[in-house]
Design a protein around this ligand. Structure first.
Ligand code: FMN
Length: 220
């Protein structure tokens, strides 16, 4: 009987991992839209984190994070948690972890495989302390999605749209007890190469996301 229970457990684990990984892509669990701190408490604790633990964030937290950042919250209108100029939905989220790089696909709520390898150093740039943070989210605007405006207007809207997504990330992390900081520092030429970006795609900001290092109180 005990053996049967163990075998069933192994089978279930295999099935759930296969359900998550499909041709290198990762299907994300349904985001939890009920949890987290209440809104005003979230604002009260929002702060940039600088010291991160290297412990990996759970897939459920990555799922919530990406949905909160720029997921689809009104499927009937194909609209997002973050507003965007002209509803261009120009911000894409790239997720860099220790072994692979993914692109968030809000339509299917999954992470599409982009590249192998640990490229977090390119996101950390000159602030090398961030290269060990388990999840790095890079906000990339594709300014060709604006259906009007000259280049300067488009870059302005891109910056504003990235700021809105960035604040969603900061607030989700504050609400979920995770640490993050919005950062403009990154190795942009290297990232463009790793992510395979085209001319009209601009890395705007990035967010390291992980657990905050616990501060151990000194003994009295
Ligand atoms: C557009 C923008 C760019 C930023 N770039 C960096 C950065 O490259 N590196 C960094 O450590 N912090 C960066 N920050 C974080 C700010 O330093 C931080 O938000 C500021 O000190 C206020 O602290 P608080 O977020 O805890 O209120 C950036 C913040 C913003 C809004």
């Amino acid at each position: 009987m005990k053996q049967l229970v163990v075998m069933m457990g192994v089978l279930l684990m295999t099935v759930s991992i296969q359900a998550q990984v499909n041709g290198g892509d990762i299907e994300l669990p349904v985001p939890d839209k009920e949890g987290g701190l209440p809104f005003m408490k979230t604002l009260a604790v929002r702060a940039s984190a600088r010291d991160f633990d290297t412990m990996m964030v759970k897939l459920t937290e990555i799922s919530n994070l990406l949905w909160a950042a720029n997921g689809i919250n009104r499927p009937e209108q194909d609209k997002r948690t973050a507003s965007s100029a002209l509803n261009a939905q120009d911000i894409d989220l790239y997720v860099l972890m220790d072994e692979k790089v993914y692109l968030y696909d809000p339509d299917h709520h999954l992470m599409k495989f982009v590249a192998s390898g640990d490229h977090r150093k390119a996101v950390a740039g000159s602030q090398e302390i961030f290269a060990q943070v388990p999840v790095m989210v890079v906000l990339v605007s594709d300014i060709s999605r604006f259906r009007m405006g000259d280049e300067s207007s488009r870059l302005n809207w891109a910056a504003i749209d990235a700021g809105i997504v960035s604040q969603n990330i900061s607030l989700y992390c504050a609400s979920a007890g995770l640490g993050t900081v919005p950062r403009a520092t990154m190795d942009i030429p290297k990232l463009k190469q790793v992510l395979g970006l085209k001319e009209t795609q601009y890395p705007m900001l990035n967010h390291p996301v992980g657990f905050k290092k616990q501060v151990v109180a000194a003994p009295h």
